[in-house]
Design a binder for this molecule. Structure first.
Ligand code: FE2
Ligand code: FE2
Length: 291
Protein backbone atom coordinates (compact mmCIF):
# COMPACT_ATOMS: atom_id res chain seq x y z
CA UNK A 1 0.00 0.00 0.00
CA UNK A 2 1.27 3.49 -0.86
CA UNK A 3 2.48 5.49 2.16
CA UNK A 4 0.38 8.29 3.51
CA UNK A 5 1.77 11.70 2.64
CA UNK A 6 0.88 14.68 4.84
CA UNK A 7 1.99 18.29 4.97
CA UNK A 8 2.23 19.72 8.50
CA UNK A 9 2.18 23.52 8.53
CA UNK A 10 1.33 25.99 11.25
CA UNK A 11 1.26 29.51 12.66
CA UNK A 12 0.52 31.70 9.62
CA UNK A 13 -0.32 34.71 11.84
CA UNK A 14 -2.21 36.51 9.04
CA UNK A 15 -2.63 40.09 10.22
CA UNK A 16 -4.89 43.05 9.43
CA UNK A 17 -4.41 46.05 11.67
CA UNK A 18 -7.58 47.88 12.75
CA UNK A 19 -7.83 50.64 15.34
CA UNK A 20 -11.09 51.09 17.17
CA UNK A 21 -10.99 54.24 19.35
CA UNK A 22 -13.60 52.70 21.67
CA UNK A 23 -11.43 49.67 22.30
CA UNK A 24 -8.18 51.31 23.35
CA UNK A 25 -6.14 48.93 25.50
CA UNK A 26 -8.38 45.99 24.69
CA UNK A 27 -6.63 42.68 24.08
CA UNK A 28 -6.88 43.19 20.31
CA UNK A 29 -5.48 46.74 20.58
CA UNK A 30 -2.48 45.46 22.55
CA UNK A 31 -2.12 42.51 20.17
CA UNK A 32 -1.92 44.91 17.24
CA UNK A 33 0.56 47.09 19.10
CA UNK A 34 2.70 44.07 19.89
CA UNK A 35 2.55 43.11 16.22
CA UNK A 36 3.67 46.55 15.00
CA UNK A 37 6.42 46.97 17.59
CA UNK A 38 7.89 43.49 17.79
CA UNK A 39 6.55 41.01 15.27
CA UNK A 40 5.79 42.79 11.98
CA UNK A 41 9.30 42.44 10.62
CA UNK A 42 9.60 38.81 11.63
CA UNK A 43 6.68 37.52 9.55
CA UNK A 44 5.95 37.52 5.84
CA UNK A 45 3.20 36.03 3.69
CA UNK A 46 5.71 35.39 0.90
CA UNK A 47 6.38 31.79 2.08
CA UNK A 48 2.65 31.02 2.00
CA UNK A 49 2.24 32.53 -1.45
CA UNK A 50 5.04 30.29 -2.72
CA UNK A 51 3.56 27.14 -1.22
CA UNK A 52 0.83 26.09 -3.71
CA UNK A 53 3.28 25.86 -6.60
CA UNK A 54 5.73 23.78 -4.56
CA UNK A 55 3.10 21.44 -3.14
CA UNK A 56 1.61 20.80 -6.58
CA UNK A 57 4.76 18.88 -7.41
CA UNK A 58 4.12 16.45 -4.48
CA UNK A 59 1.36 13.91 -4.08
CA UNK A 60 -0.26 15.02 -0.84
CA UNK A 61 -3.11 13.21 0.91
CA UNK A 62 -3.86 15.88 3.54
CA UNK A 63 -2.55 19.25 4.67
CA UNK A 64 -2.60 19.69 8.45
CA UNK A 65 -3.05 23.33 9.49
CA UNK A 66 -1.84 23.63 13.07
CA UNK A 67 -3.50 26.84 14.27
CA UNK A 68 -2.63 30.52 14.80
CA UNK A 69 -3.75 31.12 11.24
CA UNK A 70 -4.64 34.69 12.31
CA UNK A 71 -3.22 37.14 14.84
CA UNK A 72 -6.25 38.67 16.58
CA UNK A 73 -9.16 36.58 15.15
CA UNK A 74 -10.47 39.44 12.99
CA UNK A 75 -12.76 38.38 10.20
CA UNK A 76 -10.46 40.12 7.69
CA UNK A 77 -7.60 37.96 8.98
CA UNK A 78 -9.66 34.78 8.71
CA UNK A 79 -10.65 35.77 5.15
CA UNK A 80 -7.02 36.29 4.22
CA UNK A 81 -5.96 32.96 5.77
CA UNK A 82 -8.87 31.14 4.08
CA UNK A 83 -8.00 32.66 0.68
CA UNK A 84 -4.41 31.37 1.05
CA UNK A 85 -5.57 27.92 2.16
CA UNK A 86 -7.99 27.73 -0.76
CA UNK A 87 -5.02 27.77 -3.13
CA UNK A 88 -3.42 24.71 -1.52
CA UNK A 89 -3.63 21.64 -3.75
CA UNK A 90 -4.96 19.02 -1.27
CA UNK A 91 -7.74 18.61 1.30
CA UNK A 92 -6.90 20.05 4.70
CA UNK A 93 -7.62 19.53 8.38
CA UNK A 94 -7.40 22.68 10.51
CA UNK A 95 -7.31 23.26 14.26
CA UNK A 96 -7.45 26.64 16.01
CA UNK A 97 -4.61 28.18 17.99
CA UNK A 98 -4.79 30.78 20.74
CA UNK A 99 -4.62 33.61 18.18
CA UNK A 100 -7.70 32.20 16.40
CA UNK A 101 -9.84 32.47 19.54
CA UNK A 102 -8.16 35.65 20.66
CA UNK A 103 -11.11 37.40 22.28
CA UNK A 104 -13.98 36.03 24.38
CA UNK A 105 -16.39 37.04 21.60
CA UNK A 106 -14.38 35.24 18.89
CA UNK A 107 -14.31 32.14 21.07
CA UNK A 108 -17.99 32.28 22.07
CA UNK A 109 -19.17 32.87 18.51
CA UNK A 110 -16.70 30.31 17.15
CA UNK A 111 -15.43 32.62 14.39
CA UNK A 112 -12.65 30.18 13.45
CA UNK A 113 -15.19 27.54 12.44
CA UNK A 114 -16.98 29.89 10.04
CA UNK A 115 -13.85 29.76 7.91
CA UNK A 116 -12.22 26.45 8.81
CA UNK A 117 -14.67 23.59 9.27
CA UNK A 118 -13.06 20.33 8.24
CA UNK A 119 -14.80 18.31 5.57
CA UNK A 120 -15.85 14.80 6.64
CA UNK A 121 -18.22 12.12 5.55
CA UNK A 122 -19.97 10.61 8.56
CA UNK A 123 -19.06 6.93 8.44
CA UNK A 124 -17.91 5.95 11.88
CA UNK A 125 -19.18 6.07 15.49
CA UNK A 126 -16.39 8.48 16.40
CA UNK A 127 -17.66 10.95 13.78
CA UNK A 128 -20.30 12.10 16.28
CA UNK A 129 -17.61 14.26 17.90
CA UNK A 130 -16.74 17.55 16.20
CA UNK A 131 -14.06 20.11 16.90
CA UNK A 132 -16.61 22.91 16.97
CA UNK A 133 -18.99 21.26 19.46
CA UNK A 134 -16.76 18.93 21.47
CA UNK A 135 -13.23 20.22 20.88
CA UNK A 136 -12.24 16.89 19.31
CA UNK A 137 -12.61 15.28 15.92
CA UNK A 138 -11.32 12.04 14.40
CA UNK A 139 -10.51 11.62 10.71
CA UNK A 140 -9.65 8.38 8.99
CA UNK A 141 -6.62 8.97 6.77
CA UNK A 142 -6.15 5.45 5.40
CA UNK A 143 -7.40 1.95 6.31
CA UNK A 144 -5.14 1.88 9.42
CA UNK A 145 -4.21 5.46 10.13
CA UNK A 146 -6.36 8.00 11.96
CA UNK A 147 -5.79 11.54 13.12
CA UNK A 148 -7.48 13.00 16.20
CA UNK A 149 -7.60 16.80 16.15
CA UNK A 150 -8.04 18.84 19.35
CA UNK A 151 -9.21 22.38 20.03
CA UNK A 152 -7.49 23.34 23.29
CA UNK A 153 -7.37 27.11 22.66
CA UNK A 154 -9.69 29.10 24.93
CA UNK A 155 -9.66 32.91 24.89
CA UNK A 156 -7.32 34.12 27.62
CA UNK A 157 -6.57 37.35 29.45
CA UNK A 158 -4.27 40.06 28.10
CA UNK A 159 -0.93 38.55 28.93
CA UNK A 160 -1.55 34.86 28.65
CA UNK A 161 -1.60 32.42 25.73
CA UNK A 162 -2.22 29.29 27.74
CA UNK A 163 -4.20 26.40 26.32
CA UNK A 164 -6.46 24.08 28.30
CA UNK A 165 -6.85 20.32 28.05
CA UNK A 166 -10.05 20.23 30.08
CA UNK A 167 -11.42 17.32 32.10
CA UNK A 168 -14.33 17.13 29.66
CA UNK A 169 -11.95 16.94 26.74
CA UNK A 170 -9.94 14.26 28.50
CA UNK A 171 -13.13 12.19 28.80
CA UNK A 172 -13.96 12.81 25.12
CA UNK A 173 -10.44 11.80 24.06
CA UNK A 174 -10.75 8.54 26.01
CA UNK A 175 -14.14 7.90 24.41
CA UNK A 176 -12.99 8.69 20.85
CA UNK A 177 -9.97 6.40 21.27
CA UNK A 178 -12.21 3.62 22.62
CA UNK A 179 -14.35 3.91 19.47
CA UNK A 180 -11.42 3.53 17.06
CA UNK A 181 -10.32 0.07 15.90
CA UNK A 182 -7.93 -1.76 18.25
CA UNK A 183 -5.38 -2.06 15.42
CA UNK A 184 -5.61 1.64 14.48
CA UNK A 185 -2.51 3.80 14.42
CA UNK A 186 -3.23 7.34 15.55
CA UNK A 187 -1.71 10.80 15.11
CA UNK A 188 -2.73 13.34 17.74
CA UNK A 189 -2.93 16.91 16.42
CA UNK A 190 -3.04 19.85 18.84
CA UNK A 191 -1.89 23.47 18.64
CA UNK A 192 -0.04 23.24 21.98
CA UNK A 193 2.85 21.04 23.04
CA UNK A 194 1.83 18.94 26.06
CA UNK A 195 5.14 19.38 27.87
CA UNK A 196 5.68 22.44 30.02
CA UNK A 197 8.10 25.01 28.64
CA UNK A 198 10.26 27.80 30.01
CA UNK A 199 7.45 30.39 29.72
CA UNK A 200 4.53 29.24 31.92
CA UNK A 201 2.04 31.68 30.36
CA UNK A 202 2.41 29.82 27.03
CA UNK A 203 1.75 26.37 28.50
CA UNK A 204 -1.06 23.90 28.03
CA UNK A 205 -2.91 23.70 31.33
CA UNK A 206 -3.27 20.02 32.34
CA UNK A 207 -0.52 19.18 29.85
CA UNK A 208 0.85 16.56 32.28
CA UNK A 209 -2.56 14.83 32.23
CA UNK A 210 -2.36 14.65 28.45
CA UNK A 211 1.19 13.33 28.76
CA UNK A 212 -0.03 10.53 31.05
CA UNK A 213 -2.73 9.69 28.55
CA UNK A 214 -0.13 9.48 25.77
CA UNK A 215 1.93 7.06 27.85
CA UNK A 216 -1.08 4.77 28.26
CA UNK A 217 -2.56 5.00 24.74
CA UNK A 218 0.13 3.30 22.72
CA UNK A 219 -1.83 3.46 19.47
CA UNK A 220 -0.92 7.19 19.37
CA UNK A 221 2.31 7.07 17.37
CA UNK A 222 3.00 10.76 16.87
CA UNK A 223 1.97 14.05 18.48
CA UNK A 224 1.85 16.97 16.02
CA UNK A 225 1.75 20.54 17.26
CA UNK A 226 2.67 24.20 16.57
CA UNK A 227 2.53 27.26 18.90
CA UNK A 228 6.15 27.35 20.04
CA UNK A 229 7.53 28.61 16.67
CA UNK A 230 10.47 26.27 17.20
CA UNK A 231 10.86 23.46 14.73
CA UNK A 232 11.25 20.21 16.65
CA UNK A 233 11.59 16.52 15.89
CA UNK A 234 11.85 14.39 19.01
CA UNK A 235 11.62 10.62 19.00
CA UNK A 236 10.35 9.97 22.53
CA UNK A 237 9.34 6.36 21.87
CA UNK A 238 12.20 4.98 24.03
CA UNK A 239 10.69 6.99 26.95
CA UNK A 240 7.20 5.60 26.40
CA UNK A 241 5.86 8.62 24.52
CA UNK A 242 5.06 9.28 20.84
CA UNK A 243 7.26 10.98 18.27
CA UNK A 244 6.88 14.75 18.73
CA UNK A 245 6.72 16.96 15.65
CA UNK A 246 6.53 20.75 15.82
CA UNK A 247 6.49 22.12 12.27
CA UNK A 248 7.58 25.59 13.44
CA UNK A 249 6.23 28.88 12.14
CA UNK A 250 5.62 28.82 8.39
CA UNK A 251 5.74 32.60 7.85
CA UNK A 252 8.87 33.43 9.81
CA UNK A 253 11.05 35.43 7.39
CA UNK A 254 14.28 33.88 8.63
CA UNK A 255 13.30 30.55 10.17
CA UNK A 256 10.10 29.62 8.31
CA UNK A 257 9.50 25.87 8.16
CA UNK A 258 7.01 23.11 7.45
CA UNK A 259 7.13 19.31 7.26
CA UNK A 260 6.24 16.76 4.63
CA UNK A 261 5.51 13.47 6.39
CA UNK A 262 5.51 10.10 4.72
CA UNK A 263 3.92 7.43 6.89
CA UNK A 264 3.57 3.70 6.54
CA UNK A 265 3.13 0.93 9.11
CA UNK A 266 6.89 0.57 9.70
CA UNK A 267 8.26 4.09 9.65
CA UNK A 268 7.87 7.84 9.48
CA UNK A 269 9.92 9.94 7.08
CA UNK A 270 10.10 13.68 7.73
CA UNK A 271 11.22 16.11 5.05
CA UNK A 272 11.83 19.50 6.65
CA UNK A 273 11.46 22.51 4.36
CA UNK A 274 13.00 25.84 5.32
CA UNK A 275 12.34 29.31 3.96
CA UNK A 276 15.32 31.29 2.83
CA UNK A 277 13.83 33.54 0.18
CA UNK A 278 12.45 30.31 -1.28
CA UNK A 279 11.46 26.92 0.08
CA UNK A 280 14.12 24.24 0.02
CA UNK A 281 14.53 20.80 1.57
CA UNK A 282 16.88 21.27 4.52
CA UNK A 283 16.74 18.00 6.44
CA UNK A 284 15.45 14.46 6.11
CA UNK A 285 14.77 12.13 9.07
CA UNK A 286 13.59 8.55 9.20
CA UNK A 287 12.08 7.11 12.37
CA UNK A 288 10.98 3.49 12.81
CA UNK A 289 7.75 2.97 14.75
CA UNK A 290 8.60 1.05 17.90
CA UNK A 291 5.51 1.72 20.04
FE1 FE2 B 1 1.88 31.18 16.90
FE1 FE2 C 1 -0.06 29.77 19.56
Amino acid sequence: MAPLRLVQISDFHCTKITWNPFRLFSKRFLGNLNWLLFRKNRFSLEPLNALPKLLKSFQIDRILLGGDLTTTSLKEEFSLAASLVKKLPAPWIAIPGNHDQYTRLAERQKHFYRYFTNKRTIQHKADFFTLKDHGIEAHRLSPHWWIIALDTAPATNLYSSTGLFSEKQEAFLEEVCSLLPMDASILLFNHYPFFQNDIPRHNLIRGPVLENFLRKERRIKAYLHGHSHRHTIANLQPSGLPVILDSGCSTDREHGSFNVLEIDDQKLTIDVYRWNGQWSLSRKEEIQWTR
